[in-house]
Design a protein around this ligand. Structure first.
Ligand code: ATP
Ligand code: MG
Length: 450
């Protein structure tokens, strides 16, 4: 992948003013892999004030303390950071101080992994003092320098590293892997928001199942609720995997959508606490979905997920154990409760959950397929499943004399009747039904005392 023109212009302007300028980090790694980089970062010998002067009104001092200036370009913002080395670390999070240097190699030396410690300039020269290109070819995740020291400086690197393994399909070099395990407890010092960002990217990686299976204790630092799943024998013919393996298999069989992957990982997290064994030695998990809901909710709150994200994930966990809707009415009800997007996610979760059971029970796939076909047809027919689509509105009911909570209740009731096929979604029919119901309600109301 070529350096895009808008980034080349930034590099060229810095060089024209007599400075060194390189693309650096993730963008170099991704372009060597033929992946499209998320953003293009530039590192330069220019001091922040010099960068500000070169780009004038297009430059914004977004992180001067760390030497970062953001340059607005036609292709989007480009971050230009002065070559720097980090001072001592005391809190396992960030350096106490940073200082600028004239050497790009020194700047590369402060970076976390060899694959992230490469720089590329305008003429296509690659600086790669830690042999990151070779590690990329070997699919190896390796710290720059001593892994224990690097994870002790900034414990988030533990999770960043596993994120790169999951997304780029890497294996941890032996020392790096061992240090990840040894230093995992330091993750307790990292802000939950930063953990969440890395975790959600990790869960969407093609290699996420393998990473979670290899390092459960790392994830157990912030989500100890996961640990009872590991090795938990289900003692049931439906299952040939333990709860942890089953959850990981289900997760990797869902499309890489963060809320769905989260729900898949957590859908059975309540199973160990719901386990019972019957007299013939068969395991059961009655009420496990409810137990999973409570745990998943607490886990997602802990990582400060948005309310919307948490509620969606938890709803998927809650619904995962319900019967697959296979009738028009059932699918319309599910649509009413979940909306199209989340119902599709639920069906994807059901598919994956079933595929992660013993092969003899994969027959469920046909039922899920049927549910999907009904869903597609109902959507094509523009079936009514939300208040927005209902042929009468609140205003119509106001005109009938309804107001306040009674009005909302009536709308809900009409929608339920339409969803259940008891009324057509037809204005006249709905108004007639509302009028009738309203009148009977009024008649039933006790007369006021004089
Ligand atoms: P992404 O594809 O998610 O953007 P990235 O590797 O580019 O991945 P960024 O957070 O954009 O990640 O960081 C850019 C570069 O800065 C990294 O490639 C790495 O060289 C360096 N870097 C980022 N975070 C750290 C860290 N915690 N410790 C050391 N170096 C880091
Ligand atoms: Mg990046």
């Amino acid at each position: 992948m070529e350096i895009p023109k808008y980034v080349k212009e930034v590099l060229a302007a810095l060089e024209a003013a007599g400075h060194e300028a390189w693309c650096v980090g993730g963008c170099v790694r991704d372009s060597l892999l033929g992946r499209t980089p998320e953003d293009w970062d530039v590192t330069s010998s220019a001091l922040p004030e010099e960068t500000l002067a070169i780009f004038g009104s297009r430059a914004f001092p977004t992180g001067l303390k760390h030497g970062t200036v953001t340059v607005k370009t036609s292709g989007g913002p480009v971050e230009v950071t002065t070559f720097r080395v980090d001072g001592a670390y005391h809190d396992h999070r960030r350096p106490d101080s940073v200082s600028f240097t004239c050497s790009v190699d020194e700047d590369l030396g402060r970076r976390d992994f060899t694959i992230n410690a490469m720089a590329l300039n305008l003429r296509g020269e690659l600086r790669d003092p830690f042999r990151g290109q070779e590690d990329l070819k070997l699919h190896l995740l390796r710290c720059v320098g001593d892994p224990d020291r690097r994870f002790q400086e900034d414990a988030l690197r533990i999770l960043r590293g596993l994120r790169f393994s999951a997304v780029l399909d890497l294996e941890e070099e032996r020392e790096t892997g061992a240090a990840i395990g040894r230093n995992r407890l330091l993750l307790a010092d990292i802000a939950p928001e930063r953990i969440r960002v890395e975790l959600l990217k990790l869960l969407c990686g093609s290699n996420a199942g393998w990473v979670l299976e290899s390092y459960p204790a790392v994830f157990g630092v912030f989500w100890p609720e996961l640990l009872p799943m590991v090795g938990f024998d289900q003692r049931n013919i439906h299952h040939c995997y333990d709860v942890w393996q089953h959850s990981l298999l289900a997760m990797t069989r869902t499309p890489p959508i963060p809320v769905l992957r989260c729900a898949a990982l957590l859908h059975d997290v309540g199973k160990p606490s719901a386990f019972t064994l019957d007299e013939s030695g068969v395991g059961h998990f009655y009420g496990h979905a409810k137990a999973s809901v409570a745990l998943a909710d607490a886990m997602l709150r802990r990582l400060k997920c948005s309310n919307e994200f948490r509620e969606r994930a938890v709803r998927l966990v809650e619904w995962h154990d319900r019967d697959i809707p296979r009738t028009d009415k059932g699918v319309r009800r599910a649509l009413r409760a979940l909306g199209e997007e989340d119902l599709r996610l639920l069906l994807a979760l059901k598919r994956a959950d079933n595929l992660a059971q013993a092969p003899a029970y994969h027959g469920r796939q046909a039922e899920i397929q049927k549910g999907e076909e009904i869903l597609d047809r109902l959507l094509e027919e523009e079936a009514c499943f939300s208040l927005k689509q209902l042929a009468v509105s609140g205003r119509d009911l106001l005109a009938l004399g309804l107001s306040g909570p009674a009005l909302g209740e009536m709308l809900d009731r009409l929608l339920n009747q339409v969803v259940d096929g008891e009324l057509p979604n037809d204005r006249a029919a709905l108004l007639a039904a509302a009028g009738e119901a309203g009148v009977t309600r009024k008649l039933r109301r006790k007369p006021k005392m004089p």
